[in-house]
Structure formats: C-alpha cells, structure tokens
Design a protein around this ligand. Structure first.
Ligand code: PEP
Length: 254
C-alpha cells in the first residue's frame, strides 16, 4: 500500500467550541476505524493546545499552519517551531499560497522556515504551485522547479524523511474546481523527477500530496493517481463527514 497522509488545513475558521467539536468528531471516527493512512489536522494557532490535549492518545497528528524560523525573540505575534513542538505539534504547513500572496512570503523566507522546522523535529508540509496566469503562460514547471530548489536550499539529506510536499495549484485552491487528473499526474511526476535530481538517495521517498478543492466527490480519483500520496484539504476538512469520507477513500487505495 502506498504511504498516505490526509491533512486538514482549517485556515482561519471556527471558534474554540466548534473547533473542539470537529476534532472530537474526527477523533471518534478515527477510533472506530483501524487506519493505515496518516491523518493530521491543522487548526488555527489559538486552538492547537486544547486540541492537542483532546487528541493526545489518538492516531491523529497535529499541525500548525505557519511558523517563524527563529526559536524565540522580539517578534510580536509570531510562533516558533520549538513552541509548536512543546504543545504537541508534529507538522507545520509552510509556504501556503495564501501566505505567499497575502503575507508576501518569499521562497527565501520559506526556505528558512523549512530548515528551522526540520531542525526542531517538525514535519514541514511544504506547499508549492503555480498561479493561473503562470500556467497560461506555460511557466508551471519553471515555477514549481524554482519553488522546490529555493525552498529546499541547504536542507540536509538526513532530515528529508520528515519533509512532505503539497502540490497546490493556486487556481484550484478554494475554487471548487480541482486540477484534472492529467494535470496532477504530470505535475507530480515533474516534482518527483526534480526531487530525485536534487537528492539521488532520498528523492524517491518524499511524500507528495495534492491540494486544491479535494473533496468527498473527487477524492477517489485524485488519490488513486500514482504519485499522489494523500491530500492537503481546506474547505472539505471543516466538515467531519466530508473529511472522513476522503480518509475512507485513501484507505481503499493499494
Ligand atoms: C488549501 O488551502 O490548502 C486547500 C487545498 O484549500 P481547498 O481544499 O479549500 O481548495
């Protein structure tokens, strides 16, 4: 069976009560299903600790949606990797297109965050992907290659087993229109080739997730694509039934 991770990115949604309720529903579902796939949820910072407490003896992993690259300092409003580790996080999303777009995160900054997260023992879910304009201009592969090479600059080989990549075409995020099977297949193949060239000994084993309007209706088809090792899910991860339906499909794939 191929290794899979189904990760929910809750973005800036829910109140504490609603977030705990959703985490509780997912925890209960997971407890009654003997899962082979890895499941993780990435709630907003404010809810990480109470959710860490709620899911601590479950099979569900916990991730943050961002982090600073330094361990501590005078950076008002920021959260560091060791802080995340100290409250029970195993994952952190880095370089999401919403952070690149709305918070001007550059490939260089993302690189620092990835190195720091790995050094502190977190598994970065490193997001890459082209905009619609870049795709129309035929620059998809150049963009992805540049994001990978800049984002992974000086990342040590021995830490690569913790790295996860999420291919998220920006035009498919939150639009309700996922990329087509052939587009996903082609992009994942290209990402794999780029990783193999960069890391001849480790490039084969890095998980590559797909993200962009993945839901209960298209999960079966998308998760069956050969080099898709799971999904990073936004909207559909906010609903217990929709999210667990995706996990169910992931479980069925050999
Ligand atoms: C995301 O934000 O990572 C994402 C994939 O969102 P959605 O599933 O809503 O497109």
């Amino acid at each position: 069976m191929k290794q899979m991770l189904i990760a929910g990115n809750w973005k800036m949604h829910k109140t504490l009560k609603d977030a705990l309720e959703l985490a509780y529903q997912i925890k209960n579902w997971v407890a009654t299903n003997n899962l082979r796939v890895e499941v993780a949820i990435c709630p907003p910072f404010a809810f990480l600790y109470p959710i860490a407490e709620l899911i601590k003896e479950s099979q569900i992993g916990l991730g943050a949606q961002n982090c600073h690259y330094l361990p501590e300092g005078a950076f008002t409003g920021e959260i560091s990797p060791p802080m995340l580790v100290s409250i029970g996080c195993q994952y952190v999303i880095i370089g999401h297109s919403e952070r690149r777009t709305h918070f001007n995160e550059s490939n260089e900054l993302i690189n620092k965050k990835i190195i720091s997260a790995l050094n502190f023992g977190l598994k970065p879910i490193f997001c890459i992907g082209e905009t619609l304009e870049e795709r129309k201009e035929g620059r998809t592969f150049d963009i992805i290659e540049n994001q990978i090479k800049s984002g992974l600059q000086s990342v040590e080989n021995k830490l690569l087993h913790k790295l996860i990549i999420a291919y998220e075409p920006v035009w498919a995020i939150g639009t309700g229109i996922s990329a087509k099977t052939e587009q996903i297949e082609e992009a994942h193949k290209f990402i794999r080739k780029t990783l193999q060239e960069l890391y001849p000994n480790a490039g084969d084993n890095i998980l590559i997730l797909y993200g962009g309007s993945l839901n209960g209706g298209n999960a079966k088809e998308i998760l069956s694509i050969s080099d898709v090792h799971g999904g990073l899910i936004g909207k559909a991860s906010l609903d217990n039934r929709e999210f667990t339906k995706i996990i169910e499909y992931a479980e069925q794939i050999d």
